[in-house]
Design a protein around this ligand. Structure first.
Ligand code: EPU
Length: 341
């Protein structure tokens, strides 16, 4: 099956920071049947290769000298259904939020808290997206992959094989560069099992006078909360949370909490504590801070924004400044969440 490789293509429409950088070569994957020829092509063989979903978890600081492949695989299929649940497969290139809303409209529940997260279905298992008390690993049954070292041969990973953790999976670790996610299979419930205990969800439902919320109500409320805090990439370039919430040793957390009793923190497994990085950054005085057009978002300090003409390297310099300030003030390392090229 054929495909077209183009040269000198702007990546501006393909990254939510809106960075104006160029790919030496670019092509789109519309069908997994294209994979054997694509993997054998000289552009692929010469490398380097960057697989791209929605470009919403990516900071490009310079031109890409190799091949950028946009995963545009489409389709949603119902594989199994019973009285209680469904198994539904969505192709990697499907827009995440559109898929979430579609599933709710079908009466397939469980993804409502993950509404309005930018990006594609194929990216969701890679960093195990999460919000408002739900991680996508809680809803994934299997991940369909292509083995890039075996001619694109299909491979089915069970949930346990994916080694999901907070914003992490096998696809970011051992299998990075080897397994391409081509579709994701979700086990969704026909009975609503709402999780409204996190953050402002309950409060926002009450404000709307909703006493018995449906999953669509929860989705609407999550969308409203996100829209009030998180910048719309179409208006203000960003990649969501730029840093992970750091997970540290209990002893270090205890010492920090002595100094900063208000620091929000959450249990993160035996002897480990997760800290709210947004709080650390805000209390270090950096919320709304700007270096030219590169800024820390004024309503959510975990998000870095491009106010217009910041270059990728200016964004990265700002990120380093935030990391350094937090390191000096609290002795805590902030790890960048997006892929930085
Ligand atoms: N906080 C501040 N100042 C800030 C931001 C947050 O003090 O500027 C405090 C909040 O008051 C709250 C705590 O930090 O006590 C947590 O804040 P929030 O609920 O906004 O969530 P977060 O930990 O900052 C995480 C995810 C988001 C997800 C939200 C909601 C990460 C890295 N980020 O942010 O995910 O939407 O929870 O569940 O885990 C993303 O990954 O791109 C993303 C947006």
């Amino acid at each position: 099956m054929t495909f077209a490789i183009q040269s000198h293509i702007s990546l501006k429409p393909h990254n939510t920071f809106g960075m104006e950088v160029e790919a030496a070569h670019f092509c789109q994957l519309d069908d997994t049947a294209q994979l054997p020829a694509l993997l054998a092509s000289s552009a692929y063989q010469a490398g380097p290769v960057l697989w791209l979903g929605g470009g919403s978890n990516l900071l490009l600081t310079r031109d890409y000298p190799g091949l950028v492949i946009k995963v545009a695989l489409g389709g949603i299929r119902l594989l199994e259904e019973s009285a209680d649940s469904v198994l539904v497969e969505a192709a990697a290139g499907e827009n995440w939020h559109d898929f979430v809303r579609y599933s709710l409209q079908q009466g397939w529940y469980g993804l409502e808290n993950l509404s309005l997260i930018p990006g594609t279905v194929g990216a969701c298992p890679v960093q195990n997206i999460g919000a408002y008390g739900v991680e996508v690993k809680d809803r994934i049954a299997q991940v369909v992959c292509a083995d890039l070292q075996a001619n694109g041969k299909p491979l089915l990973l069970e949930n346990a094989d994916c080694h999901f953790a907070y914003r992490d999976s096998v696809f970011k670790q051992e299998a990075a560069g080897r397994l391409l996610v081509t579709a994701v299979r979700f086990r969704l419930s026909r009975q609503p099992q709402l999780k409204t205990g996190y953050g402002d969800i309950q409060q926002e439902l009450e404000k709307r006078g909703i006493q018995q919320p449906t999953p669509l109500d929860v989705s609407d409320v999550v969308m409203a909360i996100r829209a009030s805090k998180l910048p719309d990439p179409a208006v203000l370039g960003n990649a969501g949370s730029f840093f992970k919430n750091p997970v540290i040793e209990q002893s270090q957390a205890d010492a920090l909490l002595q100094r900063f009793p208000a620091l929000p923190h959450y249990p993160a497994g035996p002897g480990r504590v997760k800290l709210a990085a947004g709080w650390l950054i805000e209390q270090a005085g950096l919320k709304g801070y700007r270096q030219g057009d590169a800024g820390v978002h004024a309503r959510q300090a975990l998000v870095l924004v491009n106010h217009g003409l910041a270059s990728g390297s200016q964004m990265w310099a700002l990120a380093r400044h935030v990391q350094e300030t937090v390191r000096q003030r609290y002795g805590v390392e902030l790890e960048a969440e997006p892929l930085v090229w």
